[in-house]
Design a protein around this ligand. Structure first.
Ligand code: FAD
Length: 496
């Protein structure tokens, strides 16, 4: 049997966090790394696909948080790479709400409803803060009003599912600014990752040819001890390393695709359990021509239905790709899972039914549909992490904390920016730095131990031997290997 290949650090996963952590290590002299990626590409949840003659983003699409007091590092990378983006403003969506008969709700009514929904969300947040365990609400707190009408449900969906229930200013917008840019580049959002990888991996003609990146390697088991980690993959390969960094998503950690031996401690598994996984699905539809309104303030529109989240949120791609005739509808959570489980033909019928409600019976049929399946993809198991609003930092700190020689990174380990590409990118850098510190500490500890032992040994040897004799005689006696690492007895490297 072949002996396992050994390196300093194995990184599991080649999404944005895996690549950014590997880059930090390589740039700081730890080049002896192996990246094991389950799929046949890098990028993870940043993924483009050709559709209807254009490049569409199945996963991350926006660079969120631009134009603020601090610069978003992903925006900087995009700028350096000349990535094509276009400004996106979905705040207008609330003024383009269609009912089932194709009428647009008057803007005043929509604005009032939106204001009420925000107030209600703030009230709910206050209640949750006052009663974190869901206790008696009668003591000075008002129950928030629940959305009931199709329009209220549509607005509630946008506020909670699309804008992710952020009723308070969140770090991304507070720190990096409130503007958002849609990536509209044929090379895809993932081009940023290739650029990053090219800084430390060998590439030629746009392809990564470095043997330290191993694709189609599904990690299934991590055996860890005080001395190192053994990693086993689905195809029977075995790798050994001093340290492992796992960058797999929170959904994959929950799914137990990877087993840990010994098992992860309870504080870790409890934290993983507490973090929610959101499912967010962008369905792409191609048409022979466009029949929807375009122009300023019209990029996004909503459909008001009595079932919350039923094909509610629509976007046309004319700003990103003029003439593409592509519409995108976003589903989340329950609706995403339902649609993932049915044939695409059924989804197409449902979507066309909704479009005919909004734009009349004479619109053309879509000629193609693309339905990503993030929930059923065993290397993702969802779209991104979502910490309950009332959860303390301990949960994310425990998710992030290393267990022995296994470190954890990924967007879900970012305290300030979880759920975003920049969250994954910055988390990768953080984890890389934390591991470098740990390696430095370990090195110093080894040196200290080695010094102490030399200190004990030297007077003994000095009683009877010259230094040269001491060295040659060391071969004959049972002395721990560390002794040979000491330069004080004239040996630079291990000689056993
Ligand atoms: C539909 C959707 C829309 C989004 N929209 C936006 C947006 O507009 N803006 C934004 O900023 N963010 C958005 N996000 C979130 C963003 O994409 C993620 O936060 C970010 O890409 C996560 O990067 P990561 O490195 O943490 O994880 P991942 O990208 O998931 O990387 C983990 C890698 O690990 C691999 N892996 C998993 N299991 C194993 C295994 N057992 N062995 C080996 N490898 C394994 C996976 O294949 C993957 O490549 C969106 C995500 C989705 C899904």
């Amino acid at each position: 049997m072949e002996s396992p290949s050994r390196c300093s650090v194995i990184i599991i996963g080649a999404g944005v966090s895996g690549i950014s952590t590997a880059k930090v290590l390589a740039e700081n002299g730890v080049e002896d790394i192996t990246i094991l990626e389950a799929s046949d590409r890098i990028g993870g949840r940043i993924r483009k696909e050709g559709f209807g003659g254009f490049s569409v983003e199945l996963g991350a699409g926006w660079i969120a948080g631009v134009g603020g007091k601090e610069s978003n590092p992903v925006w900087e990378l995009a700028d350096k790479s000349g990535l094509r983006t276009c400004f996106s403003d979905y705040s207008n969506a609330r003024y383009n709400i269609y009912d089932k008969s194709g009428k647009i709700f008057p803007s005043g009514i929509a604005a009032d409803s939106y204001k009420k929904a925000v107030e209600s969300a703030i009230q709910k947040l206050r209640n949750d803060e006052a009663n974190p365990c869901g206790g008696d609400l009668s003591k000075g707190t008002e129950p928030p009003s629940m959305p009931k009408t199709p329009m209220e449900l549509a607005i509630d969906f946008v506020l909670h599912d699309f804008e992710m229930a952020e009723v308070e200013p969140i770090s991304t917008y507070l720190d990096f600014g409130e503007r958002e840019f849609l990536v509209a580049d044929e090379r895809g959002y993932e081009f940023l990752l290739y650029k990053m990888a090219a800084d430390f991996l060998f590439t030629s003609e746009g392809k990564i040819l470095d043997s330290r990146l191993k694709l189609n390697k599904v990690v299934r088991e991590l055996q860890h001890s005080r001395n190192g980690v053994t990693v086993k993959t689905e195809d029977g390969s075995v790798y050994e390393a001093s340290y492992v960094i796992s960058s797999v998503s929170i959904g994959v950690l929950k799914s137990q695709l990877i087993s840990f031996n010994p098992p992860l401690p309870k504080w870790k598994t409890d934290a993983i359990e507490k973090c929610d996984v959101m499912v967010y699905t962008k369905i792409f539809l191609k048409f022979p021509y466009k029949f929807w309104p375009c122009g300023p303030g019209k990029e996004f529109f909503l459909y008001a239905h009595e079932r919350r989240g039923y094909y509610t949120f629509w976007q046309h791609m004319e700003n990103a790709y003029p003439g593409s005739n592509i519409l995108v509808v976003t589903l989340t959570n329950g609706e995403s899972k339902r649609v993932e489980g049915q044939p695409d033909g059924d989804t197409l019928k449902e979507a066309m039914g909704v479009l005919r409600d909004m734009f009349g019976p004479n619109i053309p049929d879509a000629t193609d549909i693309l339905v990503p399946r993030w929930w059923n993809n065993r290397f993702q198991c969802g779209s991104y992490s979502n910490y309950p609003i009332i959860s303390n930092d301990d949960v994310v700190q425990n998710i992030k904390a290393p267990v022995g020689r296994i470190f954890f990174t990924g967007e879900h380990t970012s305290v300030r920016f979880n759920g975003y590409v920049h969250g994954g990118y910055l988390a990768g850098i953080d984890t890389g730095k934390a591991l470098l510190e740990e390696m430095e500490k370990e090195k110093k500890e080894m040196e200290r131990k080695s010094d102490n032992q030399t200190f004990l040994l030297e007077p003994l040897l000095a009683l009877t031997l010259t230094q040269t004799e001491a060295v040659s005689n060391l071969h004959k006696c049972e002395i721990p290997t560390q002794l040979y690492l000491s330069s004080k007895i004239g040996i630079q490297e291990a000689i056993l």
